[in-house]
Design a binder for this molecule. Structure first.
Ligand SMILES: [Fe+2]
Length: 195
């Protein structure tokens, strides 16, 4: 099978083929945007690749929840996707559903921000403005300490990811908010704020 270089368009088409749940699609768009933002601040080459990996990272989640992060290898291999994309997707489930450790910067960022976007979304929708646009790191940190809030979000994974990137947690949170702000409208988090 010939290896292809996936484009954003082909990745999005593939995602829609495997995912019908609107909140999963929204989550994919969130993670894509945050990946693009971090590629920019870390001055990484291949920005489109970072975005594509963010977009596709939960490809197998809806149809194959039992083999999440593993089934994806089969699907993407069949489509001729390059190994580095497949490995990056697998590594976001490190110690949770795979033993593929995040190694490359794009893998570490994906691992770190995936669940963090869920926490940030939960904090944003509780605000009077219901918006990500006026959300501060401080508000997120306050809820961070409240373990009962968004209890499913594994804070330990996020902290470990930030450490592996050599970034302060506050910097990771700030970057994730910024990345999400870039797509506030399409992810339903513009709220009542004017842009
Ligand atoms: Fe995810």
């Amino acid at each position: 099978m010939e290896t292809i270089i996936p484009t954003r368009l082909s990745a999005f088409e593939l995602l829609k083929e495997y995912t019908s749940n609107a909140s999963l699609i929204r989550h994919a768009l969130v993670v894509e945007s945050v990946m693009l933002y971090f590629a920019e601040i870390l001055e990484e080459a291949g920005k489109e690749k970072w975005g594509v990996i963010g977009l596709i990272h939960d490809l197998d989640y809806e149809k194959y929840p039992e083999s999440h992060c593993r089934k994806v290898r089969e699907i993407l291999t069949e489509k001729g996707w390059p190994e580095e994309y497949i490995r990056a997707v697998e590594s976001h489930g490190w110690k949770l559903c795979t033993d593929v450790e995040p190694r490359e910067p794009m893998e570490k960022v994906l691992y770190t921000i995936d669940e963090l976007t869920g926490l940030i979304t939960a904090v944003a929708i509780l605000r009077p403005s219901k918006s990500i646009l006026d959300l501060t790191v401080k508000s997120v940190k306050k809820k961070w300490k409240d373990k009962a809030f968004a209890a499913g979000v594994n804070r330990g994974v996020i902290e470990e990811g930030a450490r592996s990137l050599g970034m302060e947690l506050d910097v990771v949170i700030a970057g994730t908010i910024r990345g999400m702000q870039n797509v506030a409208e399409s992810i339903g988090l513009k709220g009542e704020m004017e842009t």
